[in-house]
Design a protein around this ligand. Structure first.
Ligand SMILES: Cc1ncc(COP(=O)(O)O)c(C=O)c1O
Length: 419
């Protein structure tokens, strides 16, 4: 039997959870030794883990405000509520994102509108502009798997049409664009720190904004209309509290995330180095085009997406990759969830069928909504065509340059071999 090109064992692992070690354990243990301090608002005047984390997050990203929450979806709901987006409003989201993005729109009572992606695998600026109606209030651009979307173009369109721009950076913690953290140049942005993310505390999220009023409203959104979590922050009497569900972040998670944040730069230095190394060793491709990356310097570097030029080449390249031991996977049809991969709009059944959490069918039947959102599983054919042809390699922090050199060798070999 002929030898595979990949000879070195490929290390298991991911980003965040693979880097959890003694520092995170110690941070949790020392907090649990003081159970009287388990709430994020402390009585002794000392800063809680949540407060320290939020300070560190502001310092790191340059955002004026950061609020640690229970989830990334919750953070998106704060972004939207922060700018009073709700009943009657349409919010444009891309066809390729986790279902949490449109779910957050529905949660605040607004209607998601789905726009095509392009070869950046992010929102297509041309289709975005086509999807704007008199009801559009906001756009959520999503920087998927650590890669910044076409942010300049999208920011320009939002400015032109006076729309709020929110960045869903749940999968792109640490990604930058033109030298600044993704999100800081937009109205608000969200991170998820759930188990699968770049840094993790199991479950968590962060709402960021530079807008004072939006921040205060986000605090009320997260804290049942209280402003406990904004301890020390001067609250404006004109921003009145309102009642919402509680999605506060907790101290144990913050203790873990504070340590994880200190490891972020090191992890990204490693994965960025790996991705650059791979591309420096790849021959000019014959059968595929790499995902278009608007700002390669800002890319987190843990995912390489290759768009096959021809549908018919997808299965053959995967078969050759398997023969060589190369961990190349198809992006579409990944059987992540029952019913299909929920990162692709065609599998968002609860949205496509306009399933409502209430008996009146809101937000789609809300009398405040005068638009006419219609969905179908084939409504974004260009996105399906691109996603269906995309294969990917995922890197983790345990991989080495030797792994990458073998990946490049295998990829060059199988690309040359494909007819
Ligand atoms: C793009 C995107 N947006 C939002 C979310 C929601 O984050 P969470 O699971 O923390 O609510 C996720 C999580 O997987 C995501 O990938």
């Amino acid at each position: 039997m002929r030898a595979k090109t990949i000879k070195t064992p490929i290390p298991e692992g991911a980003m965040g959870w693979s880097s959890i070690g003694e520092e995170e354990i110690n941070a949790v243990v020392s907090l649990l030794r003081e159970p009287q301090n388990l709430f994020r608002v402390r009585d002794d005047g000392k800063p809680s883990n949540c407060e320290q984390l939020e300070r560190n997050l502001r310092d790191k990203t340059g955002a004026a405000h950061a609020l640690f929450l229970a989830s990334g979806t919750g953070a998106l709901s704060c972004c939207l509520t922060g700018f009073e987006i709700g009943p009657g409003d349409e919010v444009i989201v891309p066809a390729y994102t986790f279902i949490a993005t449109p779910a957050a729109v529905v949660d605040v009572g607004a209607v998601p509108i789905i726009a095509e992606i392009d070869e950046s695998l992010g929102m297509c600026p041309i289709d975005l502009e086509k999807k704007i109606t008199p009801h559009t209030r906001a756009v959520i651009v999503v920087n998927m798997v650590g890669v910044p979307a076409r942010l300049d173009a999208i920011r320009g369109i939002c400015k032109k049409h006076n729309l709020i721009l929110i960045e869903d950076n749940c999968q792109a913690i640490g990604a930058t664009y033109k030298g600044k953290y993704c999100g800081v140049e937009s109205d608000a942005f969200a991170w998820s720190t759930n188990f699968f993310k770049v840094i993790t505390c199991g479950e968590g999220g962060v709402f960021f904004t530079n807008n004072e009023r939006a921040f205060q409203r986000g605090v009320y959104q997260s804290d049942n209309g209280l402003n406990d979590v904004g301890q020390g922050h001067p609250f404006d009497d004109n921003v009145k509290p309102f009642s919402r569900c509680g999605i506060r972040g907790n101290e144990i998670a913050a203790a873990v995330l504070n340590v994880q944040l200190s490891k972020l730069d090191g992890m990204l230095k490693h994965t960025r180095g790996l991705k650059k190394r791979l591309f420096s060793k790849l021959n000019t491709p014959v059968n595929y085009t790499p995902q278009y990356v608007d700002d390669p310097e800002g890319d987190c570097g843990f995912c390489v997406n290759l768009i096959m030029n021809d549908d018919a080449k997808v299965e053959p390249i995967l078969a050759l990759a398997e023969r060589e031991g190369l961990p190349l996977h198809k992006l579409y049809e990944a059987k992540l969830y029952e019913g299909g991969d929920l990162h692709i709009f065609s599998n968002w059944t609860p949205i496509l069928e306009k399933r409502s959490a209430n008996r009146l069918g809101y937000p789609w039947t809300d009398p405040a909504y005068e638009g006419n959102a219609e969905y179908s599983a084939d409504m974004c054919p260009r996105s399906l065509c691109i996603l269906n042809r995309t294969v990917r390699l995922l890197f983790n922090i345990n991989m080495t340059e030797t792994n990458i050199d073998e990946f490049a060798e295998a990829l060059n070999k199988i690309d040359a071999e494909l007819e």
